[in-house]
Design a protein. Structure first.
Lengths: 322, 345, 512
């Protein structure tokens, strides 16, 4: 085998992305440009950020359903503090990041110490965050603070006349940090060990409790950060923001080659998983006659194929052991 | 003390407490009026609006009893409603009974097919239920919108409207549908051996296999049934508003249904299941929504309350939590020993 | 050194590296360790032997900080220590390699060796350095040359085992515990492992070795400590402990004390109608090819130590595991058995060894548990009417003396013996032609034991064939017409009626 088997899923993802992008390029004029590619990033910066956090959670063998609601709550808190209370963004942004982290940390603690399925705990978290939005207000709060305006409108020019938004830079930093943490730090490796086998991780003397809780705290932080970026993008706080985003996030992570059973996955893969979702949306919008719901169907189909593909990959080494 | 051990005690107590609160807060809550041969009142509303949830939750109960979960019910609700409304809207005479019946039949067959898909992925391919049904949860919304072409399909058909807003003997017709499905589920699981098989497979798959139970068919059956329940719920929901909205119909239903099941006393780890408990659980959720509406708080805040209910119910069911309460009085053990003891049991 | 209850070998002038004295560990209802002693000297391989429930795994868990002890002292290097967690055990120099390799298959080989102590610079893991060290460690100490940057799952269990040892060595182990490391290895792989063990021993490492394979014990170990039922039996030089004595001490019967079989009636029964015939049946890694014929009304026992392949053989017959070679013929119907369901339809019944995980459904009532198999054969539509269910449940509760005699009691609230009877009732209801009982009397009280033995004889008298698996020789000899002896995953001997005696069986179990 030329390729190390562990890189196969991510290779498939990258290949798929390239194929889709090229297919788009051949079919539509004006598709094959740097700006179309950058627009993928601009439109999906917040998704990229949550997906990095979700990658950690899924690699650890868990799941976090609260991310979409957490984004909404962050937009809501930011909007209400900045707009209605007149707090400066320099205070509000760190505050929401801390809140998000604490929220994730709390869920992680409940999951670990009371041994309740992550699915259920984060479901409660999802309800809670979504509900808290409405406690603040059931209406949209529009933000017109100059700082947020500036963050939303600033274009960072790149060679070739293309540009990206500041959010994209933030997202790329998060991806880079995610790759670094996952690959080069003890915390990251412990997350992989935990996802591989919690029992083994415990017997190998790894800090299981700390790692597990940290994973949800990371995801909470990422969703809060994504919420901040989402605020830049939408310039408003609203309880209905980012509805169902948890599904898009999970789909991105899985299409990016992360096993839903935990233990295997790459942040870089998630990056391409998000891009694939973006490309599908872009192609569908370029096509014009195709409607937006095809995005969901295609993503569902991709999910199915990837999960099936992962099962086949998993069955093989098992068969060899017998 | 005996009565507190009964599995319906806590759900019933919860429901009673909610009703009591309503009684004190607004005595009108319990008033029933007869207008044109139909009963009206908050209680009737709860039954009527709660019926889709009760249906979905009944199906979900059986799936959860096998140790599985079905995340796709919300999408199936949307698909079933969309299919029925599309068929009716295409007809020349929307009111004709034949058309409505064929629309209903078509969407129920479709729901069964979706249930079959889930069942095959779980029992045939051997995927984890949460993952297998996630696929349809994502794609299903798209399929529902595909059917409705992204529009909200409105139908004007009294025959179809009857399913969700008609009344029979003074009561909403949907109640009778729930009663029929509830009875069918009860008969299927308690008058045949299916219930025993479901509980055995959910509690101890290895022992069930050695006892000769073909778990594959049991799993297939519960996902089929769950699909069917979601389909009927979808019909009621779309018929009630005489339209189908692929995007929003049945949103959050999977979560509410799971919550109803858990409140009803069925454990998420599978095994013993309580259909009556589930129905009461669904009623609690609906009453809660109605109550919050009535007090004048924005209904979205129900979510906060639900979050706490989920957490409390799960904590109560969590062995680790109960042990944590008791442990203070017990001898000190190493963390790993607790871990090992947990794995051993 | 405290009061030693059992035998002890002399080893003058050398201080033990590890000394455990008078260790007590009780669980609710079980005395898992009852005053156990254990010593380990540097540069030796010390085998810890005992049958099921002897306390081996509890002792290891105490040593690795998984369990606390109620009483007793643990000394390491002459200093009293208390080990509170697996991590602390590792820091103290005690490392364990478990039977089920407790590593992370998704991580690379190098990571599995180093995780938790990766070489770092400014918090950044130095992958190249880690891979280089891992390669060197495996090559120099274990003679293993593999690509350490590949996931562990890519390699065989044998290699994984060696990687686990490498991890233990890297944590500067003084004591290495190998808990049944050989159970899923083939002959060549065992050889490779033993070569490594010998080398490590020469380097001064103290190795605690747990295995069920007698040949391996004598092949590699210097001394042997035997436990039985949580009690300390003794510590012996391997070279001066005859096999037969080892087995008798493990089983708990002195050779002299073995009474001859009380000959029951029926020894003159004629040739039997053939019920089941297995020829060359086998499953890789579980049991080597064997032939077995069971006739109607015959009680055949499988004797052998734990892990000798008894359960594996039974599971093949019942279709619980798939055979990968050989033929199995049941009565007139040719062909093999693919699933338990098919076996049940052919008239087989199987009470598994592990009641809790494979037998009872603990949340269901006694009645439901009893009726489960019968209902399964009838299918879901033809439910046994409730009244009939109650009748049947009552009948068997009475016949088997199940206590409490309440069919609606949840089975998890019953004692082990009564749970076993519920399982028996479940299978008797299906009127099997062949009943397979895997350790039906383990962990249950004397009274229930005798009842079950009597029942077996009675059923055989009525024409049912019984395949009986037990670690207790006395019981095996008492109930069997024929005994099939297994050792190290092979059928080694078959004994019929007249030459059945505990001594002979024990010799066969112990082997050459």
């Amino acid at each position: 085998m030329l390729l190390n088997r562990k890189y196969l899923p991510i290779a498939v993802t990258v290949f798929l992305f390239a194929l889709m992008f090229l297919a788009g390029a051949f079919r539509y004029t004006g598709f094959f440009s740097l700006q179309v590619f950058f627009n993928l990033l601009i439109d999906n910066a917040f998704l990229l950020i949550v997906a990095v956090g979700m990658t950690f959670v899924i690699v650890s063998g868990g799941i976090d359903l609260s991310v979409g609601s957490m984004i909404a709550l962050t937009t809501m808190i930011s909007a209400s503090l900045v707009q209605e209370q007149g707090w400066p963004p320099a205070v509000v942004i760190p505050l929401v990041l801390v809140l998000g982290t604490l929220f994730g940390w709390g869920m992680g603690a409940v999951i670990h110490y009371f041994k309740i399925q992550p699915f259920i705990v984060t479901l409660a978290g999802m309800f809670l965050a979504r509900g808290l939005c409405y406690v603040i207000s059931i209406n949209t709060i529009t933000i017109d603070h100059p700082f947020y305006q500036k963050m939303a409108q600033t274009k960072v020019s790149l060679p070739g006349g293309s540009f990206v938004s500041i959010s994209v830079l933030i997202a790329l930093v998060v991806v880079a940090a995610g790759v670094y943490v996952a690959h080069y730090t003890r915390l990251g490796r412990n997350v992989y060990a935990l996802g591989g086998s919690e029992q083994s991780a415990l017997l190998m003397g790894l800090p299981v409790a700390r790692t597990k809780i940290a994973v949800y705290a990371i995801s909470g932080f990422c969703s809060a950060l994504a919420g901040v970026v989402f605020t830049f993008y939408m310039l408003s706080g609203y309880g209905l923001h980012a509805m169902g985003l948890e599904l898009d996030t999970i789909a991105s992570v899985v299409i990016g080659g992360t096993l839903l059973t935990g233990g295997v996955g790459y942040v870089a893969g998630t990056f391409f998983g998000v891009l694939i979702q973006g490309v599908i949306q872009t192609i569908i919008s370029f096509e014009g006659t195709l409607s937006s719901w095809w995005t969901k169907i295609v993503i569902g189909l991709l999910l199915f194929l990837f999960i099936l593909f992962q099962r086949l990959l998993l069955v093989r080494p098992a068969a060899r052991k017998l | 003390m005996r009565i507190r051990k009964h599995h319906l005690f806590w759900p019933l107590a919860m429901l009673a407490a909610l009703l009591l609160f309503n009684l004190i807060y607004s005595p009108d809550f319990f008033s029933l009026q007869v207008r044109g041969g139909h009963l009206y009142g908050s209680l009737i509303d709860i039954l009527n609006f709660g019926s889709p949830l009760m249906l979905v939750a009944i199906g979900m109960t059986l799936v959860i009893a096998t140790g599985g979960i079905d995340l796709s019910v919300g999408s199936v609700v949307a698909i079933a409603g969309a299919m029925a409304c599309l068929t009716i809207s295409k007809g020349s005479d929307q009111g004709s009974l034949g058309l409505v019946l064929s629309a209903v039949g078509l969407s129920l067959v479709l729901s069964l097919a979706l249930g079959l898909w889930n069942g095959l992925l779980v029992s045939g391919v051997g995927m984890q239920p949460i993952i297998a049904t996630l696929i349809l949860m994502v794609a299903g919304r798209g399929i529902a919108q595909l059917i409705t072409s992204g529009q909200i399909i409105t139908v004007t058909s009294d025959s179809y409207g009857y399913i969700g807003s008609g009344s029979l003997a003074g009561l909403p017709f949907s109640i009778f549908l729930v009663a029929a499905v509830f009875a069918a589920a009860g008969l299927l699981t308690r008058r045949t051996a299916l219930g025993l098989f479901i509980e055995a497979v959910g509690r101890n798959p290895a022992a069930s296999r050695l006892a000769g139970i073909r778990s594959r068919y049991v799993l297939l059956a519960v996902y089929l049934f769950c699909g069917l329940c979601a389909g009927i719920a979808g019909l009621i929901l779309s018929s009630n508003v005489s339209s189908a909205d692929g995007n929003n119909a049945g949103l959050w239903y999977e979560l509410d249904a799971i919550l109803a099941v858990v409140i009803g006393g069925t454990s998420l780890t599978g095994g013993r299941f309580y259909l009556t408990g589930t129905v009461i659980g669904a009623l609690i959720i609906q009453t809660l929504t109605t109550t919050i509406y009535m007090i004048g708080v924005p209904p979205e805040i129900t979510l906060v309350v639900k979050a706490f209910v989920v957490l409390v119910v799960c904590l109560v069911q969590s062995e680790a939590f109960r042990q944590a309460l008791v442990r203070r009085w017990k001898t000190r053990h190493y963390p790993a020993e607790r871990e090992a003891a947990k794995h051993a049991s | 050194m405290g009061d030693w209850i059992g035998d002890l070998t002399e080893k003058k002038g050398v201080r033990p590296l590890l000394g455990m004295t008078g260790i007590y560990k009780h669980f609710p209802g079980v005395k898992a360790l009852n005053g156990v002693n254990f010593r380990l000297f540097p540069g030796e391989v010390h085998a810890l032997m005992g049958e099921n429930g002897a306390g081996k795994s509890t002792l290891i868990k105490v040593l690795t900080g998984v369990y606390s002890i109620d009483r007793g002292s643990v000394e390491l290097d002459g200093r009293q220590v208390a080990i509170h967690s697996p991590r602390q055990a590792q820091e103290a120099g005690i490392s364990t390699v478990y039977q089920e390799v407790n590593l992370c298959p998704n991580l690379t080989v190098a990571e599995n060796i180093f995780i938790g102590r990766e070489p770092r610079a400014f918090g950044r893991i130095r992958w190249k350095e880690m891979n280089r060290r891992a390669e060197r460690l495996l090559r120099e100490r274990l003679q293993l040359e593999i690509d350490v940057s590949r996931p562990l799952a890519d390699y065989s269990v044998a290699v994984q085992q060696l990687v686990a040892i490498a991890r233990a060595l890297n944590i500067s182990a003084k004591v290495l515990i190998l808990d049944e490391p050989t159970s899923s290895l083939d002959r060549g792989e065992v050889g490779q492992l033993f070569a490594v063990m010998r080398k490590l021993k020469e380097e001064g490492l103290a190795i605690l070795f747990v295995t069920h394979f007698l040949d391996q014990v004598y092949d590699i170990s210097d001394r042997i400590t035997i436990l039985r039922g949580g009690e300390f039996v003794g510590e012996y030089e391997a070279a001066s402990l005859p096999r037969i004595e080892l087995v008798s001490k493990m089983i708990g019967k002195e050779m002299e004390a073995l009474e001859e079989r009380p000959k029951t009636a029926g020894s003159a029964r004629g040739p039997r109608e053939l019920l089941l015939e297995a020829s060359g049946l086998a499953r890789q890694g579980a049991i080597e090819p064997f032939d077995l014929r069971i006739g109607k009304g015959e009680v055949v026992s499988l004797a052998g130590l734990l892990g000798s392949g008894r359960t594996e053989l039974a599971r093949l017959l019942f279709g619980a595991d798939r055979s990968d070679q050989g033929k199995l013929r049941l009565g007139d119907s040719p062909g093999t058995i693919h699933s338990p369901r098919q076996a049940i339809d052919e008239g087989l019944a199987f009470c598994p060894e592990n009641r809790k995980t494979e037998g009872i459904v603990d949340d269901l009532s006694v009645r439901e548990n009893i009726l489960l198999a019968m209902q399964a054969t009838r299918g879901w539509l033809r439910m046994i009417p409730r009244r009939k269910q109650e009748e049947l449940a009552d009948e068997y509760i009475k016949a088997l003396n199940i206590n409490p005699p309440n069919p609606e009691q949840l089975v998890k609230n019953l004692s082990g013996g009564n749970q076993q009877k519920v399982l028996l009732a479940r299978w008797l209801l299906t009127r099997p032609k062949l009943l397979i009982l895997d350790e039906p009397t383990r962990g249950i009280d004397i009274g229930a034991k005798a009842e079950i033995q009597k029942l077996v004889l009675k059923l055989a008298g009525e024409g049912m064939a019984v395949l009986f698996i037990s670690s207790e020789l006395e019981e095996v000899v008492r109930v069997s017409d024929r005994i099939v002896v297994l050792r190290d995953r092979k059928v080694v001997k078959e004994m019929i009626e007249d030459d059945i005696g505990q001594q002979q069986v024990m010799r066969a179990i112990a082997g050459g």
